[in-house]
Ligand binder design. Sequence first.
Ligand code: ADP
Length: 632
Amino acid sequence: MSEDVQTEDPQVEKRAFQTEVQQLLHLLVHSLYTQKEIFLRELISNASDALDKIHHRSLTDRNILDPDAELDIEIEVSSSNKTLTIRDRGIGMTRDEVSENIGTIARSGSAEFAKQLAEADDEQEKLKLIGQFGVGFYSVFMVADRVVITTRSADPEADGVLWESTGDGAYTLSQADKADRGTEIKIYIRSDCEEFLDAHRLEAIIRKHSDFVAYPIKVANKQVNDTAALWTRPRNEITPEQYNEFYTHLTGDSEEPLAHEHIVVDVPIQFYAVLYIPKRAPVQWLHTEPTISLNLHVARVFIQDDCKELLPLWLRFVRGVVDCDDLPLNVSRETLQQNPIITKIRATLVRRIIGMLEGMAKKDEEQYMTFWHACGTILKEGVATDAAHQAQLAKLLRYRSSLSDDDTPYISLQNYVDRMQSEQDKIYYLAGESKEVIAQSPLLEAFRKRGLEVLYFDEPVDEWVVQGLQKFADKEFVGVDAAELNLEEDAVELEGVDEQKAETIELISFLKNKLAGRVEDVVESKRLTDSPCLLVASQGGLSRNMERLMKMTDQEFKGSLRTLEINRQHPIIRNMAAVLKRDRDSAQLESWAHFLVDFVLLGEGTVEDPRRLSQSLQSIMGAATEHATEES
Ligand code: ADP
């Protein structure tokens, strides 16, 4: 990733930053002018993580460098040299770790990040992205001319390492004489950033952004922060700003969270938790395996940051910390798995989060919809997979529908049931690629005409959800593209003389013959009013949307054939029937027959055979233009 460049001293290795890092540095130095102070938060956060790691390791492993070193963060200013130094006695880094961690963006999605950063309009957007991707260290170049890192791993065999860069594309690595464990970051402050050489200014920044860091942060030997873990402090003494800052500290997301919940439980198990719901889905979710982002602590000691036993995956949008005194300090990933204490904590957390969402949905629709747009897709997985919580979660679902308007674009299933027609005993839905495609489907005509509401399922997960749910308020879910759909009671009035009926029967048998292999059957429609025809799933067949999903995972997948319904009232169908009566061998008629199917597919957003379609269109255009010239 980074290329070696020859230098005279074989000990000193000069390397170029990974391309993405170079782009990021350029943006950091040239386009982020405000909020430079956050560099300090990022470096302190890294130091705190490094202390967490060694703290946890030292509980079970004494074979480390300086096993009894004090766990703190020291900040020192030299006004004469114009440097700011941040020192921690954390886990440190080996030479390999330095080149892996500092100089590349190791996380997946880094290219995506660089792209989004370049496209972001304003500084707030950029900061959010930087926060979301956790590229914290590089922010130091917003205030630095030069940065020198001296670090030594807690591994007793490792040597000290010196890393140095001016942030302009390259860095050097060499061996360093460092006797003790940990990392020291020396920042040569830029002349326009000298405010960061003022101890008072630094103290204020630390109190604002890093107050709850669990280790003492000392500026000129004076401790600045309150190390009591935020979650152990009385709730009424914590300000909303402090909750927000803690969220940023935990997640790197500099956008305020949407909501938080501070939980203190004494019986039967004693634990604390601070949980957050973010305002938007972190960009990483698109690229990485789903994980649970809750930090687990035991009696204030950090244990692990992705404790997947603490929540089901369908709550993976929740961020926060859990701290339990009743777990042993030496818990490992393996022993967490079947741990009865963890199981109980998990049950409480799930209950509290659902309660939090229910409260939000009831009290503040707008806030709830912000949540829904950011994380609703993930919550839906719970309805599909978690039988124990299904009924409760179903009430939290929101959909657009054929009766939505601008005032209430989304409705709940309860809203749907409440405004159902008196004899209606089913909940109707239509699944498709997007709201736009669904809304213009001819399948909706009969429902519109009868004033029946149809839910729009525009996400792949939606049909999976109703398969799990089956019913809501005792009403069954029915897709309006099901062939057996029975709206006969008040079927569209079919007027017309017997002669016309006979012509339609003729046309149907003609179409069946010509379209064999493309459609399962051809029948007269009872549900169409404005469109000439539509395609419905044959009885027992998969719905159209399910087939679309199958095709996405399996290129070879061949969907089952559908039934073509034709509207005999429609001029196109009537004309075709008349032409058929006059000339059974009309070549045009066969091409029109195929066009009927293509016409429906086009509306659904698929073109099966572009060549055939364009030929049909050409012949139709030909006939139409000819007709127009004849008329004039
Ligand atoms: P992030 O902290 O989000 O991972 P950074 O760019 O800030 O991203 O840091 C990259 C990595 O460098 C960290 O994940 C960590 O492994 C390492 N690192 C940074 N600072 C320190 C430090 N003070 N001590 C030990 N390792 C560190």
